[in-house]
Design a protein around this ligand. Structure first.
Ligand code: DGT
Ligand code: CA
Ligand code: ZN
Length: 568
């Protein structure tokens, strides 16, 4: 998928132009990048159809640049800009305290070009002396570098899944391939992945390997043997393939799905039963007793099938042995999405467009929840515009699109735990999402109090992204979950599993704890364009890893029951 790659090039251009102090152009490039990134179609296909300029924000100039990237894999303009501003921009700006302007200041005054330079400057306390900076910024920069180093070499699941699925499909189309599956952390829906594992069964391993290393997106071949190979894609992601005989595809899939910890426990059970378990099969002496299918391996070990998302050695084997595994929620159980932004605040599509896309996904209802906020984002709603938006929602509902829209809002919680919209407006809405978008640095007690107080507002139904983390960027704020869970139950408020790729918040550990305490959950996508509705599978992945069933997830309810719950 070239979309992401091209979008990133334009983001980079935008940042460099901003550093150079160029007007409006940075925003134009950014808008184009955003739209390319959320395109549901492969941009190469759009190009072939001659329809690049149909993409919002893409005019003649940018379309010519896209063509150059598709044809040559490079962009001269970017290379020129990089020579003018020789800074490791992308990396530096992944640190929250650093935007384009700070990067420029650091470069101009301290010759900081890279993370390495940055670390040195911060450690020598040179940064705090710059105008507009201080000890606090310096500390934040050092913290940011630490987070960055900690996430080295790991990719966000949501960012790798599209390319990964494409590879699976492409290889799966080869007539020589008998079975194919993703394995490893991707199959377990782990929130970040180090590398992608693909397993194939075939009688023609050489052919499959040859095809694999020759795929379009492959930038470098790291290793190539007769039954396995590793490549690096243009975005830097490593993909490993293993080719096995069809007779032991099941045991190989079990083995390569992991986790390692789960496999170790499983092998112990095998040994206790006098068997031997490996990727080649489950053996009794020299006789294979299971291998073709994964489920047979578990069965012969006396266990029901264990879903990949549970295989983390977190009690799943014991639960399986006593037939107490939960029935996990599935994406198709989800009947609607309640966390969706539109053009009314910082989203990029109109209400009706998103509604149609949601209907297309098979949803019965869709909750519109644009920002009511005093910080951060581009044109948040205020009371007047929110009331206007509610009228438009009613209008779209009258069109009978086959999906019901709910009127909602995502309202900021202020530093005292109050919502920044008054109750007489809140009560007009079908539902209210409350979230913290400022004051992340408060201590546990303050944050917890803010959340609890917000939940005590009678009109609040959901707390969004409860820990505020942005993976690989911003640490979660500390929340006292015992208190939050109690308040959630007392006040009939749900906690969100936010599905946005860098959030996944609640994470799976907290989601499981919530479920065990009997707290209701909502899986929301936080969509800012209709394509983002597809992030639902990531949130469902978190819920599944958190042992949740459809009973735990409110947006698996049908419309009538959900509406009743929202009315408290
Ligand atoms: P990752 O790549 O770090 O995101 O996580 P995984 O789980 O995909 O790990 P990876 O790619 O190193 O290995 C894929 C699977 O292969 C792993 O989940 C279990 C299996 N595996 C790899 N090495 C070992 C091992 O030393 N012992 C056992 N039992 N299984 C292993
Ligand atoms: Ca892996
Ligand atoms: Zn949102």
């Amino acid at each position: 998928m070239k979309n992401q790659e091209i979008a990133e090039i334009f983001y980079e251009i935008a940042d460099i132009l901003e550093i150079q102090g160029v007007d409006w152009k940075p925003n134009a490039y950014r808008k184009a990048a955003q739209n390319i990134e959320s395109l549901s179609e492969d941009i190469v296909d759009v190009y072939k159809k001659g329809k690049l300029e149909d993409i919002p924000g893409v005019g003649e100039n940018i379309s010519r640049k896209i063509e150059e990237i598709i044809k040559t894999g490079k962009l001269k303009y970017l290379r020129k800009l990089k020579k003018q501003v020789p800074i490791e921009l992308e990396k530096m700006m992944s640190i929250p305290a650093i935007g384009p302007r700070t990067a420029k200041l650091l470069f101009d005054k301290l010759k900081v070009k890279s993370i390495k330079d940055l670390k040195k400057a911060a450690k020598l306390h040179k940064i705090r002396k710059l105008k507009g900076m201080g000890e606090k910024t310096e500390r934040e920069i050092l913290e940011g570098i630490k987070t960055l180093e900690g996430s080295k070499g790991r990719f966000l699941l949501g960012h790798v899944l599209p390319a990964t699925r494409e590879i699976e499909e492409e290889i799966g189309r080869l007539p020589e391939v008998k079975q194919i599956s993703l394995a490893g952390s991707v199959r377990r829906m782990k929130e970040t992945v180090h590398d992608v594992d693909v397993l194939v069964s075939t009688d023609k391993p050489k052919k499959v390997i040859k095809f694999f290393v020759g795929m379009d997106d492959v930038k470098r071949v790291l290793a190539k043997g007769s039954t396995k190979a590793s490549v690096k894609l243009s975005g830097g992601l490593q993909v490993d393939i293993r080719v096995v005989e069809n007779d032991y595809f099941g045991s190989a899939l079990q083995y390569f799905t992991g986790s390692k910890e789960h496999n170790i426990e499983l092998r112990k059970i095998a040994i206790r039963k006098g068997f031997k378990l490996s990727e080649y099969g489950l053996f009794k002496g020299r006789k294979v007793i299971a291998g073709k299918k994964e489920v047979y391996v578990y069965k012969k070990l006396g266990l029901p099938f264990i879903e990949p998302e549970l295989r983390e050695d977190k009690g799943e084997i014991e639960a399986a042995a006593s037939y107490k595994l939960p029935k996990l929620v599935k994406e198709k159980d989800v009947k609607g999405d309640l966390h969706v932004h539109t053009k009314w605040s910082d989203g990029s599509d109109r209400i009706e467009e998103v509604a149609r896309a949601a209907k297309e996904r098979g949803y019965k209802y869709l909750g519109i929840s644009d920002h009511v906020s005093r910080v951060r984002i581009v044109h948040p709603l205020d009371k007047r515009r929110l009331l206007k938006q509610m009228k438009e929602i009613e209008k779209v509902n009258k069109k009978k699109l086959g999906i019901t829209l709910l009127k909602g809002a995502e309202v900021d919680i202020d530093k005292n735990g109050k919502l920044i919209l008054s109750n007489d407006v809140l009560k007009k809405l079908d539902f209210v999402i409350a979230s913290i978008h400022s004051g992340f640095k408060s201590d546990v007690r303050e944050i917890t109090n803010r959340i609890v107080k917000a939940m005590e507002n009678p009109f609040v139904n959901v707390i969004a992204h409860p820990t505020g983390r942005l993976m690989q960027k911003r640490k979660p704020y500390s929340v006292d979950f015992d208190k939050v869970f109690e308040a959630a139950k007392d006040n009939n408020v749900a906690l969100e599993i936010n599905s946005f790729p860098d959030r996944l918040d609640l994470n799976y550990v907290n989601a499981r704890a919530a479920k065990e305490k009997g707290v209701k959950l909502i899986i929301g996508t936080d969509s800012h364009s209709k394509e983002h509705l597809g992030f639902m599978e990531l949130g469902v992945g978190v819920a599944r890893r958190g042992w949740c069933g459809k009973k735990d997830v409110l947006n698996c309810l049908d419309y009538g029951k959900l509406k009743k719950w929202l009315n408290k």
